[in-house]
Write a protein that binds this ligand. Structure first.
Ligand code: HEM
Length: 173
């Protein structure tokens, strides 16, 4: 078989699905690392060792985390468009006749993912910049920023469970 015959629309859709899941793991993997490993362990780490996490691990992990989120939403939207259902899922299947259950379910997953992406870029990252000292603020503002970033991160961890239900539910409906 010729190479050109193999690289069909179905192949490209598959490639984007594969990339999308890889980026999704890059993002949610770091989110779960923060919430299940780093944050709960911090109080147990001796004071003098904590800067190692805050100065070296946190900035690096946040880089993969936020760009993972960006690539996940971009690849996800492209995937929906390639499958010809972008508008259908964004409108939760309400404009389709008959209403498609899988569109509603995937659409809810996509909206939850979009809320989580906005949380990363507009709440967690700006507040982490203050927390890590990339933006100069008073000590009170720094404590407040760390708390806001932590809360938004916890919300995203909770949202990730129903979000992934919506993402994978296309195989059920
Ligand atoms: C941020 C916004 C997101 C959008 C717009 C989006 C979009 C999509 C779309 C359109 C599909 C294809 C569903 C179908 O087969 O029709 C999909 C599947 C999937 N997405 Fe997402 N997604 C997002 C976030 C995520 C995240 C954060 C993850 C985390 C790992 C994820 C993991 C998956 C998985 C595992 C599938 C199923 C692949 C399969 O069924 O083979 N998605 N997503």
């Amino acid at each position: 078989m010729e190479w050109a015959e193999l690289v069909t629309h179905a192949w490209w859709t598959f490639a984007f699905r594969w990339l999308h899941v890889i980026f999704g793991i890059m993002w949610i993997g770091h989110l779960w690392y923060f919430n299940f490993t780093q944050t709960p362990t911090m109080p147990k780490i001796p004071q003098e060792l904590r800067p190692g996490v805050a100065r070296y691990i946190l900035p690096e992990a946040l880089w993969w985390f936020r760009w993972g989120a960006m690539m996940t939403i971009i690849s996800g939207l492209i995937l929906a468009w390639m499958e010809g259902k972008l508008v259908g899922v964004i409108t939760l299947g309400l404009n389709a006749t008959p209403h498609v259950a899988s569109y509603a379910s995937l659409g809810i997953g996509m909206w939850l993912g979009a809320i989580m992406w906005a949380n990363v870029w507009f709440i967690i990252w700006p507040n982490q910049k203050k927390n890590m000292g990339l933006v100069q603020v008073t000590p009170e503002e720094r404590t407040r920023a760390a708390r806001i970033a932590g809360l938004a991160s916890r919300v995203n961890t909770m949202l990730s469970i129903p979000m992934l239900y919506g993402m994978t539910s296309v195989h059920f409906y």
